[in-house]
Design a protein around this ligand. Structure first.
Ligand SMILES: [Zn+2]
Length: 301
């Protein structure tokens, strides 16, 4: 396999295809602070965004989350203690190990060999790189799928917002008593899609007049919200809702709330990219939920 990758250094080949480990504090990517993408050095698969990188102090480039669907994992017992190894989903190249001691809301630390990565800076380094936005739009299987299709959106993660970390799991939340909503975290490039456009598109993928959930899914956990992280976002969100209220000359009030962002807990792995992981179930659910029919009534095509 390594023969296909003549452009790689001997160290990179050893890490990627011999499960080697580089010496700590040797990677030049440790000090890389620019906005951009960390891709697989062998095949170019985009694995992480700069927004997912943090300084772990371990001597290896560290990330709190990968770009959805770009890595795969397996158990590794080489050191006698079970560890989770991860590798590139496209070429199988070995990248590093995952540890459950991350300092951010994902709780994870992807400890990656720098030699297995290639950094690609964003084209316009003076402008902001990837930023995040948070929304609750009913069933996260659906809203994740819809928002991920927008140009400029790099990655959407399904999760839960509001409530407390202890009860942020699907079983607890479906009772509706934990005061979480099913929510999404959207990583987007503001050079390609503005926050205002993102909010507008989000609204067109929900029923903003439904105060008790979304279509077939009833209860607090399915109500809709825009979680804003600063005053600028709050103003844009309010202006967007005002425009919709004016242009939709309906008797019903807009039920979507604007709330300050508080937290986001990533949902269980099987809920991520549900529409591609479980396409049959997803299609049946989507049709049965009446979501598309309801949205078409409100927004037209
Ligand atoms: Zn690869």
């Amino acid at each position: 396999m390594a023969d296909d990758f003549d452009h790689l250094s001997p160290l990179a080949k050893n890490v990627l295809f011999n499960e080697g480990t580089e010496r700590p504090f040797t990677s030049e990517l440790l000090d890389e602070k620019r906005a951009g993408t960390y891709a697989c050095a062998a095949c170019g698969n985009p694995l992480f965004h700069s927004s997912q990188k943090f300084d772990s102090g371990t001597g290896w480039p560290s990330f709190d989350d990968p770009i959805d669907g770009t890595i795969e994992t397996k158990g590794d017992y080489k050191l006698g203690v079970p560890r989770t190894e991860y590798h590139c989903a496209d070429c199988g190249g070995h990248l590093g190990h995952i540890f459950e001691d991350g300092p951010t809301d994902t709780g994870q630390r992807y400890c990656n060999n720098g030699a297995a990565l290639k950094f690609i800076p964003d084209k316009e380094p003076n402008l902001k790189g990837t930023v995040t936005a948070y929304f609750a739009g009913g069933c996260f299987w659906c809203i994740e799928t819809d928002i991920e299709l927008l140009d400029g959106v790099r990655d959407v993660t399904s999760g839960y917002s509001g409530g407390s970390a202890e009860s942020a799991n699907y079983d607890a939340i479906t009772t509706g008593k934990t005061k979480h909503r099913e929510a999404i975290k959207v990583a987007y490039n503001p050079n390609l899609i503005s926050y205002q456009e993102l909010v507008t598109q989000f609204m067109k993928h929900i029923d903003p007049f439904d105060a008790g959930g979304q279509q077939y899914d009833r209860g607090y956990q399915y109500t809709t919200a825009i979680y804003t992280q600063n005053e600028e976002e709050a103003k844009i969100a309010q202006d967007t809702l005002d425009v919709i209220a004016k242009t939709h000359n309906l008797k019903r009030e807009i039920a979507t709330v604007i709330e300050p962002y508080k937290n986001f807990y990533k949902a269980e792995e099987h809920h991520q990219d549900y529409s591609t992981k479980s396409p049959t179930n997803y299609k049946r659910y989507r049709k049965g939920s009446g979501r598309d029919a309801a949205l078409k009534k409100i927004w037209g095509e």
